[in-house]
Ligand binder design. Structure first.
Ligand SMILES: [Zn+2]
Length: 270
């Protein structure tokens, strides 16, 4: 709460917008933008129509770039480029870049610095979350769902956000107590496969530790949940969702080689 914000751009943005903190200032701006958009229910923006970008007069170009998104400024005009090959992340990326643009505009800074400033990144992510998954609306809808993989797909579809972004929102708002594990089939060998954890998102106090790039050797093709418990020798403190092949939401090229598992502590409400 007493965090001191050092970035002069963040401080100028906060001063000009008002609010109890820069994060609160982001909420104020996002609430006003949603109001201007006149959309009261999710999804608030669905590619290829970028409604928030249109509202702010910022063109979006889908391009073959290396990173997820690039914001470029020409005087007081901004342009966003978004990576063409990441359809499930484009919506969030565009709102993240819009967040940067709004911070610069409201801080009255017209020239974007080339280096990334961590505090500005934190606020740009807050922008994207509040524009696409506003706290109150996201909480109300998520709380009406049973914690499950199907519900995560439903939330992702409803809000137009990736499975991972939706899972992160559920965890940070403390709505479900669970871990999100995205895994790859690394190598198949005689009688078994190697699974590799590509990304894991979990609350701080969640056991077991799930390390990225951790490889698990399993004896037969199957999902991660059961094997994770066996291989890591974890007692039955967790239950796992049914694994499902990740559908079109995840990179299409590797769709056959990726899976998703949600891990819930046994005590979590079913
Ligand atoms: Zn950024």
């Amino acid at each position: 709460m007493s965090r001191r914000w050092k970035s002069h751009i963040v401080r100028a943005f906060w001063k000009n917008v008002g609010g109890r903190s820069p994060t609160h200032a982001v909420n104020i701006v996002c609430c006003a933008l949603r109001h201007r958009l006149c959309v009261k229910e999710p999804p608030f923006q669905i590619p290829p129509k970028y409604s928030y970008a249109e509202l702010l007069g910022i063109p979006v170009i889908e391009n073959d770039i290396r990173c997820d998104g690039i914001l470029t400024s020409f005087g007081d005009q901004f342009i966003i480029q978004v990576k063409r090959s990441s359809p499930d992340r484009q919506n969030f990326t565009v709102c993240h870049e819009l967040g940067h643009a709004e911070i610069f505009r409201r801080a009255l800074v017209l020239h974007k610095a080339s280096r990334e400033v961590r505090e500005e990144e934190v606020l740009a992510n807050e922008f994207a979350k509040e524009l696409l998954m506003p706290k109150d609306i996201f909480c109300a809808i998520a709380l009406s769902c049973q914690p499950s993989l199907q519900s995560l797909f439903f939330l992702s579809h409803t809000f137009g956000t990736s499975l991972e972004a939706s899972a992160r929102r559920l965890i940070e708002l403390n709505i479900w107590n669970f871990a999100f594990v995205l895994w790859n089939i690394n190598t198949a060998f005689d009688g078994g496969i190697l699974l590799e954890i590509e990304r894991a998102v979990k609350p701080q106090n969640f056991k077991p530790a799930l390390k990225t790039k951790q490889t698990l050797k399993v004896n037969k093709e199957g999902g991660l949940g059961k094997h994770l418990l066996e291989t890591l020798n974890i007692p039955s403190i967790v239950r796992y969702s049914d694994e499902s092949r990740v559908r079109e939401s995840i990179r299409r090229s590797s769709v056959q080689r990726q899976g998703l598992t949600l891990l819930f502590p046994q005590s979590a409400t079913l």
